[in-house]
Design a protein around this ligand. Structure first.
Ligand code: IMP
Length: 427
């Protein structure tokens, strides 16, 4: 039995694909368990680059079964756009499996995501505008539409009409927008049924059987710990549970099925969208980090907010997710800085905190306390073992390890798949 979860330790965009790449051919199933097409990752195979938002990264490997778990919200138009895009490049994805219980992002969820953000004005969340939050809201509100509903037309029509009744009142009376026609939404959803049918599966049963047979199942987290609806910087979070425990509820496997939790930590910190970010650098240094790390969103193209490595942020993620390994990405971006600041505490109104404060108010009033590591100037992009790294880069990694309290098992030293230093095997 080998269940492995990969989780971002910061605010997303840590480069989770790096760890997935290392596991490569050894993985039998890759499972998305939360989020929707708000995620974005680039998969590089040979000379070909694929930008995926919804499909699990294992989709390109014929020997690996890609699974969309019940915890994911699925925009069917995006799903088939991605599938068709891959088919045009000769990639066949008929091995994809989708949970019958996964919820659907409908056209009205997308509309509501955007109009709500506009309505909030200065108080907006900075969502990706893909309808993810409204689809999860409907799920919890018990007015969501599930994949299995596509196969019972009269139920589907009733559910869409019921869900739209309240929303249309809101759209017309509060947001001054036209009402959405329930019949045409239902027609659009039904048009996907035939293509979805062969993919719809009891994915929980599938994955539990696979684990019983000793298969390797990789649960691929989207977003990250600090965007989690419970543990993130609420309300500036996504509407699901990207944390490792989310793999259990979002894929239908029990906690004892998880053998390893690999946290992905960028060698510095970034965030997109609104919300507190104590270490944010609003000066030239932040801009230098953004340019050096090419920190612009895969899904929305937005420039990412940048800061130095924040040990409090990653340590909290390590604790809540019971991380067994840390994979540090983009270490090469830090080459050339004489001193590398690391956040080791927060000053909250004159009081020193060594861990993230309990309340959001304190977080908003946190000023970083830094220590300074010595930098290096050598090009590290061709390092393949830990001892290939300059002494100061090695010290930086060892210091992060000490601050996080979890061993660093891998390090990314460049964008290429092979540009990786492995210290401990991930399997
Ligand atoms: P939503 O998930 O579109 O509702 O957006 C909620 C918050 O999560 C916003 O701050 C987004 O920028 C952020 N977010 C959602 N998905 C990602 C991601 O894949 N990487 C980084 N931030 C994300």
């Amino acid at each position: 039995m080998t269940g492995i979860v990969i989780v971002g330790t910061q605010w997303g965009d840590e480069g989770k694909g790096k760890a997935t790449d290392q596991l490569g051919e050894r993985v039998d199933y890759v499972v998305r368990y939360s989020g929707g097409n708000n995620a974005g990752h680039t998969v590089v195979v040979g000379q070909e680059k694929y930008a995926l938002h919804l499909l699990p990264s294992g989709i390109l490997n014929r020997n690996c079964v890609p699974v969309i778990g019940n915890g994911v919200v699925v925009d069917l138009s995006v799903l088939f756009e991605e599938i068709d895009g891959l088919a045009l490049r000769g990639v066949n994805v008929d091995h994809l499996r989708i949970s019958a219980n996964a919820h659907i992002i409908t056209p009205y969820h997308r509309v509501i995501d955007r109009v709500t953000e506009r309505f909030l004005g200065r108080r907006k969340i900075g969502t990706t505008g893909r309808g993810v939050g409204p689809a999860y809201a409907d799920k919890v509100n018990r007015v969501g539409i599930r994949i299995q509903d596509l196969f019972d037309e009269s139920i589907l029509r009733q559910k869409v009409a019921a869900s739209l009744e309240q929303k249309n009142a809101l759209l017309v009376k509060v947001y001054n927008r036209p009402a959405i026609d329930a019949e045409s939404v239902a027609d659009e959803l039904l048009s996907y049924a035939e293509r979805v049918a062969p993919m719809m599966t009891d994915t929980s049963a599938l994955l539990n059987d696979a684990l019983d047979q000793g298969r390797v199942v990789l649960f691929e987290g989207a977003q990250a710990h600090h965007l989690d609806v419970d543990f993130g910087t609420y309300p500036y979070v996504t509407s699901s549970s990207p944390i490792a425990a989310g793999a259990c509820t979002g894929a239908g496997v029990g906690p004892t099925r998880i053998d390893r939790v690999i946290g992905i930590a960028k060698a510095y910190t970034t965030r997109v969208g609104e919300g507190p970010f104590p270490g944010e650098l609003l000066d030239d240094t932040g801009e230098r980090l953004r340019q050096a790390g090419r920190e612009f969103g895969t899904t929305t193209g937005r420039p990412r907010r940048c800061g130095w490595f924040d040990a409090l942020v990653v340590r909290q993620a390590a604790r809540v997710n019971a991380m067994t390994d840390i994979f540090v990405t983009k270490l090469d971006v830090l080459t050339g800085w004489e001193k590398i600041p690391v956040i080791v505490g927060y000053d909250v109104n004159g009081v020193r905190h060594d861990d993230m404060p309990m309340t959001q108010t304190e977080l908003h009033h946190s000023t970083p306390v830094y220590e300074y590591a010595d930098g290096w100037t050598e090009d590290i992009s061709s390092a393949r073992s830990f001892t290939d790294l300059p002494a100061n880069a090695q010290r930086y990694i060892r210091r992060l390890e000490e601050l996080i309290g979890v061993r660093v098992s891998g390090i990314g030293v460049g964008p290429g798949r092979e540009q990786t230093v492995m210290i401990h095997d991930l399997l």
